[in-house]
Design a protein around this ligand. Structure first.
Ligand code: SF4
Length: 83
């Protein structure tokens, strides 16, 4: 993040107060339970006003797990942090 980055984005997160387990689905990749959990997490992200800074943050951390910025770890894996 640059010096003008919104460092307070998390205060406006759609997932604020939601059980964090929603965003860390368990189970093997592709299993139905995991896919349902990921879809539930992504529904929060779809309405979230800070999806872009959240996604950039996850990419800058190299977070391999969890749904951040509307993407699973697997989906983020092919993205560069500057996107
Ligand atoms: S984009 Fe998703 S994970 Fe990120 S703050 Fe918003 S709701 Fe939470």
């Amino acid at each position: 993040m640059g010096p003008t980055a919104d460092v307070h984005w998390h205060a406006r997160a759609a997932c604020r107060g939601v059980d964090g387990r929603v965003f860390y689905p368990v189970g093997a990749s592709g299993c139905p339970d995991r896919e349902r959990s990921e879809a539930a997490a992504k529904r929060y992200c779809a309405t979230c006003p800070v999806v872009e800074p959240c996604r950039r943050h996850a990419l800058s951390l190299g977070a391999a797990e969890g749904v951040w910025g509307g993407l699973t770890g697997q989906e983020r894996a092919g993205l560069h942090p500057s996107r």
